[in-house]
Design a protein around this ligand. Structure first.
Ligand SMILES: [Zn+2]
Length: 323
């Protein structure tokens, strides 16, 4: 049997993960490290090369791999093959494709991490054989990847589906990491849920806040993290449950926009906020989406690929390419 092999890379501002996998979706080896952002613009490609070289699988030689697929947090400059002013990395441009392919002699392909994830879903996950498919991540940030009529949406710079920057609050009470006001990610992402919780608590009666588990968490941690909020909700705290419901309403608005713009048959959902709080995240989206979406509501489910969805997509990027 001619099994095909490739390396898949999930590159984030915090961690970089590398796998060796085959075209049937088997992961043969994996490595994870903190992203080395302090070693110059070339440091990250050097780290990825070192990680790939250090992966040992019995009977496997590096030159048997067909290539290196990279799914990376944006913004990307796909024409130059690297990251352009990345959010958590202090360089104007981080080259990836050229130094990695030169060093390893392997074809190297780069794509936005959420676009990579939807590829993973289509070839290895819940979207097999589907031509109209969206993937949404609710994590530190919010992002999406979309196929329409079998085509992966890319855009002029590779940022066609930056859905986290949909405006969901035209009053613009909170400012997004991108600097603009009212964006979905400014309210519902893991990094920004603490700001939204503060905003809601300011509008509440202080006596009600004092009685809630949330004020205890705030005394202990200074700010109420996404984790703290969902833990209080799981413990049955009424105010925490109400806030989780409000976050769910905004998520439903975002999902409705995705549904009305792209008309998918299936939306799969991933990211740490979702994977750690499946019921609390998914139930309000399913409950409220039809209040906002004009198009027929698609199936909405958690990705079966879990935290590995980008890695599977990075493999698919080499085996199947972008269509
Ligand atoms: Zn934004």
């Amino acid at each position: 049997m001619g099994r095909r092999y490739a390396f898949g890379v999930d590159l984030g501002g915090t961690n970089v993960r590398v796998v060796l996998g085959d075209d049937e979706g088997r992961i043969l080896a994996r490595l994870s490290e903190r992203t080395e952002i302090g070693r110059g613009p070339e440091g990250i490609s050097k780290q990825i090369v070192r990680m790939i070289r250090s992966m040992r699988v019995k009977g496997f030689r590096l030159d048997e791999a067909e290539g290196v697929g990279i799914g990376s947090a944006g913004p990307l400059d796909l024409k130059r093959g690297g990251l352009m002013n990345p959010t958590n990395i202090p360089y104007e441009f981080v080259p990836l494709v050229e130094p990695i392919s030169d060093e390893l002699g392997l074809e190297t392909r780069l794509l936005n991490d959420c676009s990579t994830a939807v590829m993973g879903e289509r070839f290895f996950g819940a979207g097999k054989g589907m031509d109209n498919l969206a993937y949404i991540t609710l994590s530190t940030g919010i992002g999406g990847g979309v196929y329409v009529d079998g085509h992966l949406l890319i855009g002029k710079d590779g940022n066609a589906t930056e859905i986290g920057h949909f405006t969901v609050d035209y009053d613009g009470r909170l400012i997004c990491g991108c600097g603009k006001r009212g964006h979905w990610e400014a309210y519902c992402s893991g990094a920004n849920i603490p700001n939204y919780v503060d905003l809601i608590l300011m509008e509440r009666e202080q006596s009600e806040v004092e009685l809630s588990l949330l004020s205890m968490i705030r005394r202990r941690e200074g700010k109420i993290s996404a984790r703290g909020l969902y833990e209080a909700a799981k413990a049955g705290d009424r105010l925490a449950l109400e806030i989780v419901d409000q976050i769910g309403r905004l998520n439903a608005v975002g999902f409705a926009c995705v549904n009305d713009a792209y008309d998918p048959s299936l939306i799969t959902v991933g990211g740490s906020i979702t994977l750690n709080n499946v019921e609390l995240v998914m139930n309000p989206i399913r409950r409220y989406i039809s209040e906002h979406s004009r198009n027929r509501i698609p199936e909405i489910r958690v990705t079966p690929l879990g935290e590995d969805v980008v890695l599977y997509g990075a493999l698919a990027l080499i085996f199947y390419g972008i269509s």
